[in-house]
Design a protein. Structure first.
Length: 135
């Protein structure tokens, strides 16, 4: 009896470890992040502007690369999508920012896996990874 109880407890413990926990909207609510890397390439401030992203309590997404962007986000099973992402349409002086804006747009509209720790937010999707640092 004792052995079977130990085996049962061990199985329950292992099952609990294998379950994944997903970030939900409350984890992102009212938080701001500064973009620190795109596909492993470090991001620096450009002309005094720090690229970043923020979320309000209803998961409305807004931010800036060199253009401002915004849209209503949806987070399901750890995957963030912003299907109706809108932005201003100015050409960035830095070609790298233009490229990263396009990357961000694709990642958010098609959906990104969200990994969130106390100080970092990572969005991964469409073959790209955007890393942010909490403000």
């Amino acid at each position: 009896m004792k052995k079977s109880m130990l085996l049962l407890l061990g199985a329950v413990a292992l099952t609990g470890c294998s379950q994944t926990t997903h970030t939900d909207a409350s984890h992102l609510a009212n938080r701001l992040f500064t973009l620190s890397a795109v596909d492993g390439q470090a991001v620096k401030s450009h002309e005094g502007m720090k690229p970043g992203i923020g979320f309000n309590d209803s998961l409305r997404v807004s931010g800036v690369m060199c253009n401002r962007f915004f849209g209503q986000g949806k987070l399901e099973q750890g995957r963030l999508t912003v299907p109706m992402l809108a932005s201003t349409q100015m050409l960035c002086h830095d070609p790298l920012l233009n490229k990263w804006e396009q990357t961000l747009s694709v990642v958010l509209t098609k959906g990104a896996e969200v990994k969130l720790t106390e100080q970092t937010l990572t969005l991964t999707g469409s073959g790209h990874t955007l890393e942010y640092t909490a403000q």
